[in-house]
Design a protein around this ligand. Structure first.
Ligand SMILES: NC(=O)c1ccc[n+]([C@@H]2O[C@H](COP(=O)([O-])OP(=O)(O)OC[C@H]3O[C@@H](n4cnc5c(N)ncnc54)[C@H](OP(=O)(O)O)[C@@H]3O)[C@@H](O)[C@H]2O)c1
Length: 322
């Protein structure tokens, strides 16, 4: 099949493009930067240069490659470090999730694509009551903290728009928190912060997070191209949501750091804002039962505990080789 991956150089694209090429698909990958065209070629795909918010450039790239499937993996999170001002840090990504989705979907429609798969998120989006692992029928947070409102609204927009599309047929993948080499969670900055004990557990650390190795996010996307049901949303997460008070000390230990400090909620609120307290104490994760059932997909790393250890080994091997 002819497949266009918008955002081919990102955390998912770097695994997804080679996986699609290996399956015999003819892949076009987009980047904003001519300097990254070589990265896309090296993965066996054809590069196309386009900013996701430039409708002419996207239209040209999509029409030229005549894709049967379009995959939207565009976010703008590489430079994000300020989580205190969350919505401000996510402003470009929110624009890519709203206007960028409209632009890409219109181009995919004009090109006659049959399928459109878009990246969403399975982190802190759910209502903060009930089970630790929410399925796709459960409501999203009706009253998110102020600092998360615009980002949740952009996620709602993307999910509504994509699942309402019939030509091409839209499918949404809600990925859990990414981990693996080349992700923020396993970056040298994060490892440094953990070693300096600058990532505390706030309050009781009872918030539930769902994780996914980026290789598993890519394999689920391949499965969604083959088996996803039109108009569906799938949580793409591992089998075991984890509480902050469990995964943060485990992650620190894997990098030889002392256990994280614990700070009370009032201090967390002062340092990080209400939304950081909510993320560490109240949020819920996702269930992957529907993805397993309908996509015939299983994560290669079903447990974050084993997956973190694998990714930490990979990360440390790379840094000692460098
Ligand atoms: N579910 C999650 O936890 C989640 C989801 C996404 C990202 N993240 C994290 O965020 C960090 C950065 O993610 P990332 O490595 O995927 O990088 P990123 O900066 O978010 O970029 C992702 C892709 O989107 C493209 N892109 C960005 N802005 C664009 C625009 N205006 N128009 C067109 N394309 C655009 C990038 O292409 P070019 O730069 O080549 O143009 C890249 O291919 C990582 O730590 C990652 O783990 C986490």
């Amino acid at each position: 099949m002819r497949i266009l991956v918008a955002g081919a150089t990102g955390a998912v694209g770097r695994h997804l493009v080679p996986a699609l090429v290996a399956r015999g698909h003819s892949v076009t990958g987009t980047t904003r930067s001519p300097a990254k065209a070589g990265v896309i070629r090296a993965m066996g795909a054809q590069p196309a240069i386009a900013d996701g918010l430039d409708s002419d450039a996207i239209r040209t790239a999509v029409l030229a490659s005549r894709p049967e499937v379009v995959v939207h993996e565009m976010t703008d999170l590489a430079a994000v470090s300020d989580l205190r001002h969350f919505d401000r840090s996510f402003a470009n990504t929110n624009e890519l999730r709203t206007r960028g989705t409209d632009i890409l979907l219109a181009a995919a429609h004009e090109a006659g694509a049959r399928r459109f798969i878009a990246q969403s998120f399975c982190g802190w989006i759910f209502s903060r009551t009930g089970s630790a692992a929410k399925d796709e029928t459960e409501e999203l947070d009706p009253n998110p903290p102020e600092e998360l409102r615009r980002t949740l609204e952009a996620i709602r927009y993307l999910e509504r728009t994509v699942t309402a599309s019939s030509a091409p047929a839209g499918i949404v993948l809600r990925y859990g928190y990414f981990y693996g080499p080349d992700t923020g969670m396993f970056s040298s900055a994060m490892i440094d912060q953990l070693r300096r004990r600058r990532v505390p557990v706030i309050g009781d650390g009872g918030g539930w997070w769902s994780f996914i190795h980026t290789e598993d996010a890519a394999s689920a996307t391949v499965a969604a191209i083959d088996h996803g049901k039109p108009g569906s949303i799938y949580n793409i997460v591992d089998d075991y949501p984890a509480q902050v008070r469990d995964f943060l000390p485990a992650l620190a230990a894997m990098f030889g750091a002392k256990p994280p400090l614990h700070v009370p909620a009032w201090l967390g609120r002062l340092l990080g804002g209400e939304h950081m307290v909510v993320m560490m104490t109240q949020v819920r994760g996702g269930s992957n039962a529907k993805a397993q059932r309908e996509l015939s997909w299983r994560p290669a790393h079903p447990s974050w505990r084993e997956g973190f250890a694998y990714a930490a080994t990979e990360t440390m091997a790379r840094s000692s080789a460098a």
